[in-house]
Design a binder for this molecule. Structure first.
Ligand code: GLN
Length: 312
């Protein structure tokens, strides 16, 4: 591992240069306009943060501006569900890449309502069903879990984003009803979707997100509190599925060019886990055709390339 990673001042300079570079790129892609509240975000923002397993947080640009974490929240939901039901979960959702867009329906009927993995929408909706049936107040449980991970009591769901997605959530409703018809959703579909939209609407900064996920780089142990968030085996497994499926149908290309377990969200963020080092979070709202942020992709790709971070 490059020495620069151990020197906060040098790392800060590198992150700043990547943010500056990203801000000068030609405008490419568009904000997620299928959720109207996300289309209202200023697209000309970019932040980059690194949280290391020895407790440092280094960042540049708009790394302290809250944004909608969207699908990155699928990691939090998955950890809670794995901790609750253990390996039972894998009977209802598999661990294979889908090779399809994140909200695709076609595969789900062929495969009898069992989603390919927990990071596509269908898989996260099954995970949401598990949480809805195993927690008396799953929304509150999620928010306190994330606040504890981030070490910050001021993390909230964005009510406007939540309502906006709820009003325009027909595709997710179609996925949920299809899975209900295959008996892979136990609770009422509307309750499951309500939780799912709440989870997606969490608003966090690059810095908070990097700190909150740093247990994934540290074998399941949160580096700030020393607390075990999930087992070492489950941390390895989550990273494995992130590597094959976290970037949707661009996961192969991401593994090829960056080589890190990662997850994107249509709010414009990408998180990448560097095992035994820390977590990188990049954010910029404009998305490519896969629903992955163009500039976040640029920043993470160049950071990984310059520092030789690929796990392969
Ligand atoms: N809330 C979004 C949806 O369900 C999440 C998608 C994403 O971030 N890729 O469509």
């Amino acid at each position: 591992m490059e020495g620069i990673l151990k020197q906060p001042q040098n790392l800060a300079k590198l992150l700043q240069s990547l943010v500056d570079e990203a801000s000068k790129l030609p405008v490419e892609g568009d904000v997620a306009n299928y959720i109207p509240a996300l289309a209202a975000v200023n697209p000309d923002q970019q932040g980059l943060a690194v949280a290391t397993i020895d407790g440092q947080v280094v960042s540049a640009g708009d790394a302290t501006v809250p944004f909608s974490i969207q699908s990155v929240s699928k990691i939090f939901g998955l950890v809670m569900a794995m901790n609750r039901v253990g390996d039972q979960l894998w009977k209802r959702v598999h661990m294979e890449p889908s090779g399809q867009p994140f909200n695709s329906i076609v595969q789900l009927e062929w495969e009898h309502g069992i989603p390919r993995n927990p990071f596509i929408n269908a898989g996260a909706i099954v995970v949401s069903d598990i949480l809805a049936t195993h927690y008396s107040a799953c929304k509150t449980a999620l928010v306190s879990f994330v606040r504890q991970l981030a070490g910050c009591e001021t993390i909230y769901p964005d009510h406007e984003v939540y309502l906006s997605e709820k009003l325009h959530g027909n595709r997710n409703a179609a996925l949920a009803y299809l899975m209900k018809s295959f008996n892979n959703i136990e609770a009422e579909v509307q309750d499951v979707l309500d939780y799912y939209f709440h989870q997606c609407s969490l608003s966090m900064t690059c810095e908070q997100l990097a700190v909150s996920l740093s247990f994934l780089a540290n074998r399941g142990v949160h580096p700030h509190s020393g607390q075990s968030i999930c087992t070492r085996r489950d941390a390895h497994r989550i990273n494995a599925i992130l590597s094959t499926s976290g970037m949707y149908d661009q996961s192969g290309e991401f593994a090829f060019t960056v080589g890190l377990p990662a997850k994107s969200g249509v709010g414009g963020s990408i998180i990448a886990v560097v095992p035994n080092y820390g977590v990188i979070v990049a954010w910029s709202p404009r998305l490519n055709s896969f629903g992955n942020s163009c500039r976040a992709m640029h920043m993470i790709t160049h950071l990984a390339e310059r520092l030789g971070l690929s796990v392969y």
